[in-house]
Design a binder for this molecule. Structure first.
Ligand code: PEP
Ligand code: MG
Length: 323
């Protein structure tokens, strides 16, 4: 698939009507980094940090993590890598953590909730990220923020670690971007201050969609039941983009749907200008975006909504077939 799209690999993704869409990739291993070059991705929009915790029988050491994160930044050769702090619980259970036996793990003690309650591991990971950056720019985000205070508290821990690194005489990151993942519908309606405080927002569409439709992403019976192009979900995306625009907060989408060409096209039509996806999807998504007119797609979406459709998919597919 990469060779098929080789001719557009180094082309900036600009739609037929002139909108620049930033194309980033998702990663989680050192071995993913060569894809930055082969896919033409402009950076890593989501580096999942769970794997190093899941594949051991105890919490990894700060030094180990710092050296891995440093190698990842090195391999990115100046392109931005956005690290997501540990997102465990729910589907990602640590073998050495006492099982919580929760009735609804996806709604349970997971991600930032664990981080804020068991601060030791989060602080250690933040130290590792600061040491890895060692004078380079650092971009990181906190997962599963469900109310503003969680973001403020998590960032407070980071600021304390920065203070500590300074007092130890360690080099600080050259620049720091601290973002929040928007994965629960509550945050579309968060106070304006949340959008002002976050340096950027990354929409975690996998979780956002499961909570929006109350359909477990792990449950085969229901996980494909609701279309991402359902007018309700697109309106949610539109609302998030509008909230971010009020405060000039950069916003991206990093769930699996960003890597599906028709979904990605509709997200761009709803105003998203940055998408992060698996590397193999960059070619196909860029291909469709390069030849699309977002204003036209937006009109098609509006017409389908006005006509009372449940999903805009048939209308958008028809538009793509006939233009
Ligand atoms: C998401 O929820 O969309 C996301 C990117 O995070 P994860 O899939 O790791 O939960
Ligand atoms: Mg998620």
């Amino acid at each position: 698939a990469q060779t098929r799209y080789a001719s557009i690999r180094d082309r900036a993704c600009v739609t037929a009507d002139g909108h620049r869409i930033e194309m980033l990739m998702n990663a989680g291993l050192m071995a993913d980094l060569p894809s930055l070059e082969s896919s033409g991705a402009e950076g890593v929009g989501l580096f999942r940090t769970e794997l190093q915790f899941l594949t051991r029988n105890k919490v990894p050491k700060r030094g180990e993590l710092a050296s891995l994160y440093a190698r990842v930044m090195e391999a990115a050769k100046g392109k931005t890598v956005t690290f997501r702090t540990l997102d465990i619980g729910s589907d990602k259970v640590l073998p050495y953590m006492k099982s919580q036996d929760e009735p609804n793990p996806a709604l349970g003690w997971r991600a930032i909730r664990v981080g804020l309650d068991k601060k030791g591991v989060m602080r250690m990971q933040l130290q590792a990220l600061l040491r890895a950056a060692n004078g380079r720019p650092l971009s990181l985000m906190f997962p599963f923020i469900a109310q503003m205070e969680e973001f403020i508290a998590a960032r407070g821990h980071l600021l304390r670690e920065i203070h500590r690194e300074t007092s130890l005489g360690h080099a600080l990151p050259e620049t720091l971007r601290v973002g929040a993942m928007l994965e629960t519908p509550s945050m579309a309606f968060a106070p304006r201050r949340f959008f002002e405080e976050a340096d950027f927002i990354s929409i975690g569409g996998n979780d956002l969609k499961q909570f929006f439709f109350a359909a477990d992403r792990e449950n085969e019976r229901v996980r494909r039941r609701y279309d991402t192009l359902n007018v309700s979900f697109l309106s949610l995306i539109e609302q998030i983009v509008a909230r971010c625009a009020e405060t000039d907060t950069p916003v991206s989408f990093c769930g699996e749907d960003a890597g599906r060409p028709v979904e990605a096209l509709c997200f761009a039509a709803m105003g998203l200008r940055c998408l992060s996806m698996r590397p193999a999807s960059i070619g196909p998504v860029k291909h469709i975006l390069l030849r699309s007119n977002l204003a036209e797609v937006r009109e098609v979406i509006s017409a389908a909504r006005d006509a009372g459709e449940q999903t805009v998919r048939p209308a958008v597919m028809e538009y793509l077939r006939t233009r």
